[in-house]
Design a protein around this ligand. Structure first.
Ligand code: BG6
Length: 510
């Protein structure tokens, strides 16, 4: 964000000198996302020369072995061809400390290592601790860091902590975690990550809305009929059955990623791009969403679980037969909600959101359905109906924005057809290989928390979904599995819109 805010022609800001300590460095996130993201930052000259990486996890490596494993992984997971010179630069700067996250002695060894690399690479005492670990270690790690004096900011040095999701598993646990870590850290040292905010198109939403004069005047309940948000995946639970069976689709995607999308689309213009100005506006949206009342959950929230089905012509297994999933699991792999943002701008505009695993297509998008134009003009023509305009923000896989509108079909009679104006990111700006973590890591190094979640925002997200979680837990679904793998979800989700005289996009695709 900081780079974008610099304006046209401004030099991008490079990260501050620092040591990045990766908790859980032996895990999947490090090799799949963090190292490739750091590599891309270096390749774009956005990392400072005064930089070092310290891996911190329980895998039995020494620094040399850790470097070797990272060298192997980067060649497999980099999003671009690895240049030997660039990788050598990293290799010189990678160290490792083996640890048990609860053991104070490990933090002493970590402190010594930080001091060593600080001297060697002049990192100015700045440290970014990235907690890429299971949630049960979040508060333990923060407390131990604090006890070892590693979170103290003094003599101009900064100490920041990035915390991965899930941040809590409901409102109460998220609140407890906030309270716990704030015993050690100031809010401005905490960077709660939501990788959706690293996606270009999500960030572009603000640019689209607030740097173009023509959309904002119609961005309200007077012109917009409803909004549909879809975050659909074709994959199943992969190797994460153990985590997912405890979590479910609602917890996994809605209080975090989907709420970020809603707040980006529904927020008021901030008075500046200053982190808190933006986050205040986003938080206001979340506070304005009324949680579904317990007696309305069954009506306004739909859950689903996939049974055996078909994925690209190949047979796909039922959720209950996936690895580490209970054979009689009542965990949902699909969730759809109808929500309202109760404020002046959005009164009576439904926000329909859906997310699921093993869906028909991989697709994340926000579709803004405008109201129909008055039919008056066409009443003596063959036109039977006018189609409403549809603006779609395509978040992935084909990033872009399209606007659907009516046009006259050529010929002697007046007939209308639906056409599209289509902007594709890759056509204009090329496809820069990225993991989605580059901006977020760089922003943390610069000290710009705009794209990170504040304490009140995470809690507001949980507050919205909590009544649904509670009711679903109290009344386990009896109808599971209720959609085949490779489909658009359960039929009850169609009813959610049909009752209001609306339809999901792609409802015709079986
Ligand atoms: C993660 C969820 O936060 O987001 C995963 O835990 C999900 O279950 C993933 O697959 C989706 O992210 P993306 O970037 O692939 O849309």
């Amino acid at each position: 964000m900081a780079n974008e805010a610099n304006g046209d022609g401004a030099e991008p800001q490079i990260g501050d000198p620092c040591t990045m300590v990766i908790f859980g460095a032996g895990g999947d996130l490090t090799k799949r996302k963090l190292l490739p993201a750091l590599y891309n930052l270096k390749a774009n000259n956005l990392l400072p020369n005064e930089f070092a990486i310290v891996g911190f996890s329980n895998n039995p490596f020494n620094s040399q072995q850790f470097r070797e494993s990272q060298s192997k992984d980067i060649h497999e997971f980099a999003t671009t061809k690895v240049d030997d010179g660039t990788w050598d630069w990293f290799n010189e700067r990678i160290e490792y400390v083996q640890c048990d996250f609860g053991d104070p002695a490990a933090y002493k060894r970590l402190a010594e290592m930080i001091e060593k690399v600080d001297k060697q690479y002049s990192t100015k005492g700045n440290c970014l601790f990235y907690l890429a670990v299971a949630p049960r270690f979040f508060s333990v790690a923060v407390k131990q860091l604090g006890d070892a004096g590693l979170t103290t900011e003094e003599n101009g040095r900064w100490r920041r902590v990035i915390i991965e999701k899930p941040f809590g598993h409901d409102l109460e646990s998220a609140h407890a975690l906030n309270t716990e870590i704030k015993k050690t850290l100031d809010e401005n040292q905490i960077y709660r990550i939501d990788h959706y905010l690293g996606k270009e198109t999500v960030q572009n939403l603000m640019a689209f809305r607030f740097s173009n004069g023509i959309f904002e005047p119609i961005w309200n309940s007077r012109y917009i009929d409803h909004i549909q948000i879809t975050a659909a995946e074709t994959v199943g639970v992969e190797e994460r059955g153990g985590y997912y069976d405890q979590s479910g689709a609602l917890r996994d995607m809605v209080p975090n990623h989907v709420m970020q999308l809603i707040s980006m689309v529904a927020m008021e213009p901030p008075y500046s791009f200053d982190a808190d100005a933006v986050r205040d506006e986003k938080a206001k949206v979340l506070h304005a969403i009324s949680p579904i009342k317990p007696e309305e959950v069954l009506q306004n929230a739909v859950r689903g679980q996939y049974g055996a089905g078909n994925e690209d012509g190949k047979s796909a297994p039922a959720y209950r037969t996936e690895d580490q999933v209970k054979r009689d699991s009542s965990t949902e792999t699909y969730a759809a909600l109808k929500l309202y943002v109760d404020n002046w701008r959005w009164a009576r505009v439904p926000f329909y959101v859906r997310t699921g695993k093993r869906m028909k297509h991989r697709l994340t998008e926000i579709a803004i359905q405008f109201k129909r134009a008055p039919f008056t003009l066409f009443r003596h023509t063959r036109v039977e109906n006018t189609m409403p305009n549809l603006l779609v923000v395509h978040i992935q896989p084909d990033e872009g924005i399209s606007l659907g509108f009516s046009a006259k079909i050529p010929g002697p009679i007046m007939q209308l057809g639906q056409v599209d104006m289509n902007f594709k990111y890759s056509d204009y700006f090329g496809a820069a290989p990225s993991t989605g973590y580059e901006t977020l890591i760089l922003d943390c190094m610069i000290g710009d928390p705009t794209l990170f979640q504040r304490d009140d925002m995470v809690e507001a997200g949980w507050r919205i979904v909590n009544p649904v979680l509670d009711l679903w837990k109290a009344l386990p679904a009896r109808e599971f599995p209720n959609y085949p793998a490779g489909s658009w979800g359960p039929k009850e989700a169609d009813h959610l819109l049909e009752r209001d005289g609306r339809q999901w996009r792609f409802h015709n695709e079986k």
